[in-house]
Design a protein around this ligand. Sequence first.
Ligand code: HEM
Length: 546
Amino acid sequence: AGRKGGATPPTARGGLPWFGHMLNFARNPYHFVSAVASEHGEIAAFTLMGQRIVLLTGDEASEVFYRGSDEQLDQSAAYKLMTPIFGEGLVFDAPIARKNEQLRMLMPSLRMEAMRDHSHKIVQEVEDIIASWGESGEIELVEFMKQLTINTASHCLLGREFRYELSTEFAAIYHDLEEGVHPLAYHFPYLPIPKFRRRDRARKRLQELVGGIVRKRAAATDKPSDMFQTLIDMRYEDGTPLDENEITGLLVGAIFAGHHTSSGTAAWVLLELLRNPDILGRTEAELDRLLGADGAVTFGSLREMPVLEGVVKEVLRLHPPLIILMRKVMEDISFKGYTIKAGDMVWACPPVTHRLSRLFSNPGRFDPDRFSPERREDRNLMAYQPFGGGKHKCSGNAFALFQIKAIFAVLLRRYDFELVDTPESYVDNYSDMIVQPKSPCRVRYRRRAAAAAPARPVEAAEPPPECPAHRKAEAAPVARPAITVAVDRQLCQGHAMCMGEAPEHFRVGADGTLRILKEAVTEAELEKVQSAVLYCPNAALRIERH
Ligand code: HEM
């Protein structure tokens, strides 16, 4: 990066002056970018409304996108339209260092350890929503998943006050905030139109409600375990707590980032299972085997579901809900002799990269086994990118995967499902900003003959053993150990999956920083450390043999 004077990237022909390829793009964004990439390759340029865009696809060009620093590649330009919703001074409206501090504050509630607690709430929400289903019926799947995932997100992140006491008012506020996400806000965020006025009223009211809860909780002795409370207790590095605007903005940010992305993915999981009956059979067999007839859904059992996990990963390969990720180029970048100029936008495009046959075998085929330990087609982090990559990779990825597994652990054991329309008629709606199956998306359900009893979450499953850091000195190796474990700091986001797998080796502090307690790995410890390496959502750990 940084070398100047290279060639201009191959540029898509046609297009109108200034408008560029806007018409083709608006008609179907995915088909347009996919056609540009297949004609011109991994780096290709075009214009939209006077803005030059450089499309980066494939693993090598994606690396330029994901490994760029915040100073080289600015995230905020792409997300400017969210400022009135998140709030001023928050995330993309904050200076880089502060933005990253704020983003890190979300991690403690999203990483694996927090799932021990969230899993009860998620299971309870699924049970509650299907309580009125009866023997059989039909649902609009996309709407159903939207409702379910807003219930789980408000329960786990916002907490019981918004979920139960203020649920009607919160639904109205959330509706007005969502309606306020409009492309017009890129250029005129505060235009006095009714949509934007309602958005601003809703944001203000939400903050008042947040303020009320902060004061009430301060007086309470029993503090809940939700993201809201984590943010109340959080401090910036200089010791300052978050104010009510910041708590509100970060909560809204987490909900917006996680809601439609999760609901669309969950909907696609069911559709793909119904289109692939053999895989559905294997998934159901796995759930029945792991959870048995008594229905207990444990934190541990949810983690160990290779078949269902493969299905979710494959759904995310073929139907990633975020199809375009954007950054503004702040300084010239060179890639394979081409120069990407400051002022250009760069786009990564997960669904295009996910369908390249040099990166995924038979890429059009729905094949969850491609993620098996023997094949590991998600090993190349710059190829498999439904959650983005690098330091801004989705911090909710562990939460999202875990939540979807919890949803299906309940749904598939209680009901049988069936597509109402022909399998090919279920397609992605690429005109949505967050891509989901096109509506109507109808599915029938019928209670399973030997339906499991309501799934009971097991109370706080096995807590991790005490941190053995104090024993470190005793374990000091005399010679260089044969096997060690190391972390790539650029990739680690502090999900703490490793701490759950091998607590003697890894500790993630409240600030999300990973400490390797013990670099040396004995043969006896190897299996646990290997699991930690395998389950790290960012593949930030590696075992080294000397
Ligand atoms: C970022 C996808 C669920 C919170 C991202 C990015 C992607 C993504 C692609 C990177 C955006 C970029 O680089 O511009 C997904 C998908 C999900 C999902 C496919 C579900 C299947 C969630 C959930 C949460 C969440 C449930 C939180 C509750 C975030 C946050 C970021 C992010 C905070 C910003 C990270 C940063 O910039 O450092 N997500 N997401 N996501 N996601 Fe997710």
